[in-house]
Design a protein around this ligand. Structure first.
Ligand code: PLP
Length: 433
């Protein structure tokens, strides 16, 4: 039978089939779809990817071992996978305007581990921001391999509140830590930093002290690709990112560079250095998401994300809330709850908000006075709400809902009232498909 007349394959398991074969899991997935539909997603690292991305990720490509790289595989039968991975690589390079891309890291943390394996010997010194100022676990936390096996030294944010650049990167402290410790690698890129990163300034400091400059743009990748944040290229030697935050793809990682020697080191550090078989279904989904991000509509999306964040930030500040650095340039903001309610910590605030259908994450704040598992702040972001179609005017409504929760003292009646208003708002913005 010629290939074109083949019936649809059984391997394309549809949701209907799942309901027959595993009703328990099918029911939970349906319940989660409902939850997403009826809540406001304000976690800065989350988004709603397209049905096309999910179709690629849910495909028969999950069945294949493809250890190696395109045209250099350890298994037979990889022909179509070579084309899929090559497409993902080409689109990644096009998105960031760079020469080399590795699309295999299973996650942002895996991408960062591969970069560290490629660039740093055990015990080697690298500089990154201190965790409480908005860094990531993989940037040298003592509980992560980056802190256990390497020697992180840290710079900080400007902590003098009388300065205009309070809460921005303290570039003098970057320079000072590099001068003192001569790290091999200088890292920029953060998980809770609301301001623009000056990659050129970082590069000047890196060059002055003979460091390689590495940007982890996990949070802002989509803004970079959409032209709403300056590009790390040509300033950075290595760039790592996730693909599922503002970039709106499947969960995964990505490493980019313009340097051929570094590219070879990165490839070896990903496979066989730290991973086995690539997740080819995820790589296909990355290719689909990259294709979406290369369309002109994604530029509009990225600029709307920032406009919405700025609208939400000014609405909250208008209600008296204190934001780290007094605002935002990107997709996120960090609310310090202490000045408005000294008794309300991040964990309880996030719980009240969740009860009301507003999903957020707690966050440490500059000059944190509480413990990391119950810090003093909330991190809010607009990537997911913007995907759903909420605009700047709607951010006033969202700020109003958040304020009603944070001033409710946890009163169940008040939280229930917000919950029903949240559901009404959600109905106006159905999930995109
Ligand atoms: C989210 C994030 C990561 C880790 O990504 P995972 O996919 O969760 O492993 C790494 N670096 C930064 C800055 C992040 O924000």
């Amino acid at each position: 039978m010629p290939e074109t007349t083949l019936a649809p394959s059984d391997s394309d398991v549809s949701a209907a089939t799942l309901a027959d074969t595993d009703p328990a899991i099918a029911k939970l997935i349906a319940a989660e779809a409902q939850r997403q539909e009826h809540t406001l997603e304000l976690i800065a690292s989350e988004n709603h990817c397209s049905a096309a991305v999910m179709a690629a990720q849910g495909s028969c490509l999950t069945n294949k071992y493809c250890e190696g790289y395109p045209a250099k595989r350890y298994y037979s039968g990889c022909g179509f996978y070579d084309e899929v991975e090559s497409l993902a690589i080409e689109r990644a390079k096009q998105m960031f305007g760079c020469g080399f891309a590795n699309v295999q890291p299973h996650s942002g943390a895996n991408a960062n581990f591969a970069v560290q394996l490629a660039l740093l010997e055990p015990g080697a010194t690298f500089a990154a921001i201190q965790l409480s100022d908005g860094g990531h676990l993989t940037h040298g936390s003592p509980v992560n391999v980056s802190g256990k096996w390497l020697n992180p030294v840290t710079y900080k944010l400007v902590d003098d509140e009388s300065r205009d650049d309070w809460g921005h990167i303290d570039y003098d402290s970057v320079d000072a830590v590099c001068a003192e410790h001569k790290p091999k690698v200088l890292m920029c890129g953060y998980s809770a930093y609301p301001r623009t990163i000056d990659f050129a300034k970082f590069r000047a400091i890196a060059d002055k002290h003979g460091c390689l400059l590495w940007a982890d743009v996990a949070h802002i990748a989509g803004l970079i690709v959409g032209g709403a944040h300056p590009s790390p290229f040509p300033h950075c030697h290595i760039v790592s990112t996730t693909t599922h935050k503002t970039l709106r793809g499947p969960r995964g990682g990505l490493v980019l560079t313009n340097d051929e020697d570094l590219a070879k080191k990165i490839d070896r550090a990903v496979f066989p250095g730290s991973q086995g078989g690539p997740l080819m279904h995820v790589i296909a989904a990355k290719a689909v998401a990259f294709g979406e991000a290369l369309r002109p509509t994604f530029k509009t999306y990225a600029s709307e994300v920032v406009k919405n964040a700025q609208a939400l930030a000014s609405a909250l500040m208008g209600k008296g809330y204190k934001l780290s650095s007094n605002g935002t340039d990107n997709h996120l903001m960090v609310v310090d709850l202490r000045p408005t309610d000294p008794d309300l910590a991040g964990k309880e605030a996030a719980l009240w908000l969740e009860t009301a259908g507003i999903i957020t994450s707690m966050s440490t704040v500059p000059k944190e006075t509480r413990k990391p598992f119950n810090p003093s702040g909330l991190r809010l972001g607009t990537p997911a709400l913007t995907t759903r179609g909420l605009g700047a005017d709607d951010m006033n409504t969202v700020a109003e809902l958040i304020d009603r929760v944070l001033t409710s003292k946890g009163d169940q009646g008040k939280l229930d009232a917000v919950r029903s208003d949240v559901v009404e708002l959600c109905k106006k913005f159905p999930m995109p498909h």
